[in-house]
Write a protein that binds this ligand. Structure first.
Ligand code: GAF
Length: 378
């Protein structure tokens, strides 16, 4: 990265920072309902080599995308500037620079490198935001604690990119630790580290990129969020996290769509707590049942699954996996499957052949190890 940066910008960087992508074990579409999530960090992520500059500009280059983008730090919002699709990736680092400017950071030259697949639902955008945020804070000597930095990176995505995401992905990238999943209360921002080591329990957690690419900046994610907010307001609660009596809530709501959304959010919040209980009790293989229940709920109640995800879970279970589910916002992206390690190859083969039978692009497999959160590399 240091040589590549020097070649691109004609001088050495001030440092190199890296932030990981994430897998969410359970608790999907619960973050913007003030609920609970349980993500862990992947070993793959986004690296940013960066140097300060004093002309008030952010210049971003990427080793993956051809176009270099230069924009003023004190511009308005990227979303209102209507950037063309080939510059869309740069909205994340520029957006972060614009938000952090209020906290004392300034212009920078940034070179970005990623080994995370984009559109695979593994949070490459949050990784890019978080690596950029850490780089800018260090370069300008600005101290912001990590939970607060996660909220600022989320704000950059909400306001600058126009994606109404919750707090999960940025928190996962900044707060996760190796060998643990992060139990995050998205209302208070408080979190705890929950031991999660599939290999030690004789299990493998496969991440399967279904190759059905997702783009959450389209309207579906925002619509789900709006439906949840409407349901909360009809139920007279601040957020769906506050629903105490699910049966009574479902009876109150006339609209079957809103009833389905509430059913998912409330039950997935409980599944997060149950999953944390199982992990703390050393019952990791039992997570399979939780993953299956979450997948069915996302498919039938929240209606964000897609055909490749359903076929992946189905093939995995038939081949002897303990459980599986779609992860992330949905409508494309990745699936996780929990399987005894000695059946992992059989499960992979079964999934690959299900895709081949349907004439779909072959899926990509990754064995996930809970890894380190964002950090400075040099
Ligand atoms: C996306 C969003 F960015 C997250 O905030 C979260 O809502 C997730 O979808 C669904 O759980 O990754």
């Amino acid at each position: 990265m240091i040589e590549a940066f020097t070649e691109a910008f004609g001088h050495a960087p001030g440092g190199v920072w890296r932030a990981p992508g994430r897998v969410n074990l359970i608790g999907e579409h619960t973050d913007y309902n003030d609920g609970f999530v349980l993500p862990f960090a992947l070993s793959r992520g986004v690296s940013v080599a960066a140097a300060r500059r004093d002309d008030g500009m952010v210049e971003v280059r990427s080793r993956q995308a051809g176009t270099a983008v230069t924009a003023p730090v004190d511009g308005g919002t990227v979303v209102s500037e209507n950037w063309p699709p080939d510059r869309a990736w740069a909205a994340y680092p520029v957006g972060v620079a614009r938000v952090l400017r209020e906290h004392g950071t300034g212009g920078a030259s940034l070179l970005i490198d990623s080994d995370l697949p984009q559109g695979a639902g593994l949070s490459s955008s949050a990784a890019l935001e978080c690596a950029t945020a850490l780089a800018l804070c260090d370069l300008y000597g600005v101290e912001i604690d990590r939970p607060a930095l996660a909220r600022l990176a989320q704000r950059a995505e909400n306001e600058q990119v126009g994606m109404p995401c919750g707090l999960m992905d940025q928190s996962a990238s900044l707060l996760c630790t190796p060998g643990h999943a992060l139990m995050l209360d998205c209302r208070s921002g408080l979190s705890s580290q929950v031991p999660f080591d599939p290999a030690a329990a004789g299990m493998t957690l496969l991440v399967i990129d279904t190759r059905a690419s997702h783009a959450l900046t389209g309207g579906d994610y925002g619509r789900r969020r709006a439906e949840c907010e409407e349901a909360a307001s009809l139920l007279g609660v601040k957020a769906l996290r506050d629903v105490r009596d699910l049966a009574a809530a479902l009876e109150t709501l006339g609209d079957p769509v809103l009833r389905r959304r509430v059913q998912h959010v409330v039950t997935d919040d409980h599944r997060v707590e149950a999953t944390v209980g199982l992990l703390r009790a050393g019952a990791l293989p039992e997570l399979g049942a939780m993953l299956n229940a979450s997948h069915l709920s996302l498919r039938d109640q929240f209606e964000v699954s897609w055909p490749e995800a359903d076929a992946t879970v189905d093939a995995a279970l038939r081949a002897g996996a303990r459980g599986g589910r779609m992860i992330g916002g949905g409508f494309g992206g990745s699936v996780i499957v929990l399987t005894p390690a000695d059946r992992a190859q059989r499960v992979r083969d079964a999934i690959a052949s299900a895709y081949a039978q349907r004439g779909w692009t072959a899926p990509e497999f990754l064995e996930a190890t809970p890894s380190e959160g964002a950090r400075r590399l040099s």
